[in-house]
Write a protein that binds this ligand. Structure first.
Ligand code: ATP
Length: 339
């Protein structure tokens, strides 16, 4: 059996409890997994931030595969530092309705949001020009747009889905127009994948009205940020999702893939053993899928969703189980479904 080496970025708050849940699940898989832990806790970053990030970069340079637990944003934003240090340019955020999780939205939602992870309005905090005016730069670059578009079309092709690219290209003609032109060029390489363009404001309304019309949605940075939160709100599960963050080689192949659960460090419940590990386990499922263990990823996802649908829930989603109990239910279901 070949060894699957995974860098794990240990953080703060509930991080250790989420990490224990992932290890419990990893131990039941028919895989030889070698975790390479890197301490990214605030305490270490305060002591030796440079060494901590250098260690992350070195480890991921070897493994190319990582999982990151929540970190406190204090002196710096670890996510922003990692994005720059690792050149992460694309974020994939699946958002699916979870049967058993209460939501005001009654339709089924199955979105694969693919977002350019850099630029847009987020790289420039802007500046005041005199007392009454402020300006900021909006940055759209060919390379991350091309990488995001290729990622989206490949994802759609693998899963028999369509791609909707969305922006405000009729108003932001230079920037969003450039983005849509890049997407059109990439779409031409994927004639078998249906592609359409929606204005972003219309897209938000249409997803609420007819969510089944949308599958892979490809956007620039800030639109993807807004859409991800709106979609999570619709499913009633802000903290239950996970994302993949990717960097690419100069020839366009995925280089480093780093997966992380949604949600923060939850300091109010950290150390009590009651946090919900669903997002961390879904991040691990995304990691397995990327590492070409699609069947194991699907089995893990089914075990997580099956447990929730059967009423096995932690307190934050209306149940009574603690972290270990919920993880054990998932592990048992997974164990039964594996050959
Ligand atoms: P941070 O500053 O790291 O973002 P925060 O407490 O401001 O931390 P979250 O960590 O997202 O933000 O927590 C918001 C609320 O959701 C808290 O009450 C927290 O306990 C709860 N929460 C977050 N993650 C989980 C989880 N995995 N399981 C259960 N509750 C959670």
């Amino acid at each position: 059996m070949t060894t699957l080496a995974i860098t794990e970025l240990l953080g703060d708050g509930i991080g250790p409890e989420l990490c224990a849940a992932v290890h419990a699940i990893a131990a039941t898989l028919p895989l030889d997994i070698a975790f390479e832990p890197v301490d990214l806790s605030l305490e270490r970053r305060r002591r030796e931030a440079g060494a901590a990030y250098d260690q992350v970069v070195a480890s991921l340079g070897r493994t190319k595969l990582g999982i990151k637990y929540p970190t406190v944003t204090a002196d710096e934003s670890p996510n922003a530092v990692l994005r720059t240090r690792l050149g992460l340019s694309v974020i994939h955020r699946p958002v699916h309705s979870i049967p058993g999780i209460a939501s005001k939205f009654k339709e089924k939602l199955d979105l694969e949001i693919v977002r350019v992870a850099t630029g847009g309005t987020y790289d420039d905090p802007g500046q005041r020009i005199g007392p009454d005016v402020a300006v900021s730069l909006r940055i759209v670059e060919r390379r991350p747009c091309t990488e995001a578009a290729r990622f989206a079309f490949e994802l759609a092709r693998r899963n028999g889905l369509s791609v909707t690219s969305s922006s405000k290209h009729t108003i932001q003609r230079a920037t969003d127009g450039f983005f849509e032109a890049i997407v059109r060029d990439v779409a031409a390489e994927f004639p078998d994948v249906p592609h359409r363009v929606e204005l972003f404001d219309a897209l938000l309304a249409k997803i609420c009205l007819r969510p089944r019309d949308f599958a892979v949605v490809l956007t620039l940075n800030e639109y993807g940020d807004f859409l991800s939160d709106m979609a999570c709100g619709l499913t009633g599960s802000m903290g239950l999702g996970a994302s993949g963050n990717y960097s690419f080689t100069s020839s366009g192949e995925i280089d480093v893939a780093l997966f992380d659960p949604a949600g923060g460090t939850a300091p109010d419940i950290a150390g009590h053993g009651v946090c919900n590990p669903t997002a961390a386990l879904l991040a691990f499922a995304l990691l397995l899928e990327h590492a070409r263990h699609a069947a194991l990823a699907a089995a893990l996802r089914a075990a997580i969703l099956g447990a929730i649908a059967a009423g096995e829930r932690t307190r934050d989603v209306g149940g009574a189980l603690d972290t270990l109990e919920f993880t054990a239910r998932v592990r048992d279901a997974l164990g039964k479904s594996l050959p």
